[in-house]
Design a protein around this ligand. Structure first.
Ligand SMILES: C[S@@+](CC[C@H](N)C(=O)[O-])C[C@H]1O[C@@H](n2cnc3c(N)ncnc32)[C@H](O)[C@@H]1O
Length: 274
């Protein structure tokens, strides 16, 4: 009984933390008119405040609609900091589409970022059933892309989705990040863009930054998802964005971006996605 009460209290505390973070962000965040850096201004225009639609968005939306009705069950293996929505050990594909796959608004941000930055390679940590991976790949199909996933059951569904949308060149590596990340980095040699969306703990997030850093160059971009999800993620984001090796950092609330451009002063931005 006491144990259930403690779990409920901790869930309420976490929700309260997220609401506070959201309100603070809404209060502080700006738009392209509050930005002086030409590089970040261009990202506002062409990514965060851009209303264009691309053919890939329709394809992925169609898959989303079709799969959100799927009642087939998938085994869930808890590898990271825990699921945001429930702790069931089996979930339907439709539930994963609705509650785990990146929402279209932020998937489209990923697509447009890749479209503008044209990274030489793409790394994703946390494939799940493949939706964020599809947005990343579709914007630059020539770039070698590796996506890492610890749960073979969801990875299998991601593979089916990649095949359905002609994206089977994306390489899925199944296994715990602690076993697959180093090999993926060695294969890619340079990380043009990385989307880190799994194992949302302070320690793991800091560790992934340190492991990926030797593979970045001045054109690279690292994207950390769910930076306001918990105190630990917020602490990791604060430390990464303040790190002297990072030049620009952009907080979009849902995700945080870091860049390593040379010869410009260090700056931090809070920007709303429209
Ligand atoms: C939030 S989901 C990813 C969602 C996906 N990026 C999308 O937007 O469609 C996180 C995924 O990371 C995987 N994951 C978490 N911790 C992991 C670890 N230590 N090693 C491998 N995979 C892990 C989980 O199995 C889960 O599928």
């Amino acid at each position: 009984m006491l144990c259930i009460l403690a779990i409920k209290m901790s869930a309420i505390a976490k929700k309260w933390f997220q609401v506070k973070e959201y309100l603070l962000f809404q209060w502080k965040a700006g738009n392209r008119h509050s930005v002086h850096s030409p590089f970040v201004f261009e990202l506002c225009q062409r990514v965060f405040e851009d209303k264009r639609s691309f053919h890939a968005f329709k394809e992925i939306d169609q898959l989303r609609k079709q799969r959100s009705l799927e009642t087939g069950k998938v085994k869930i293996i808890e590898l990271g900091a825990g699921s945001k929505h429930n702790e069931d050990r089996v979930r339907s594909v439709g539930d994963l589409v609705k509650n785990v796959a990146i929402p279209a608004k932020y998937g489209e941000v990923l697509f447009k970022l890749v479209d503008v930055l044209q990274p030489s390679t793409i790394l994703e940590m946390g494939t799940s059933i493949g939706f964020s991976g599809l947005y990343l790949h579709k914007a630059r199909q020539k770039a070698p892309m590796i996506t890492l996933e610890g749960n073979p059951f969801v990875a299998h569904i991601a593979q089916q989705h990649f095949e359905q949308l002609n994206a089977e060149v994306i390489q899925i590596k199944v296994g715990d990040f602690k076993d697959t990340l180093s090999e993926a980095l060695e294969r890619l040699q340079t990380v043009g863009l990385a989307f880190i969306d799994g194992n949302h703990t302070y320690e793991a997030t800091k560790d992934y930054f340190e492991k990926i850093f030797p593979y970045v160059n001045e054109n690279s971009c690292l994207i950390f998802h769910d930076i306001h999800w918990s105190k630990g993620m917020r602490k990791a984001w604060d430390e990464i964005s303040k790190d002297n090796r990072v030049v620009f950092s952009i907080d979009l609330f849902e995700m945080g971006l870091v860049f390593f451009n040379k010869g410009v002063p260090k700056q931090h931005f809070l920007l709303k996605v429209k």
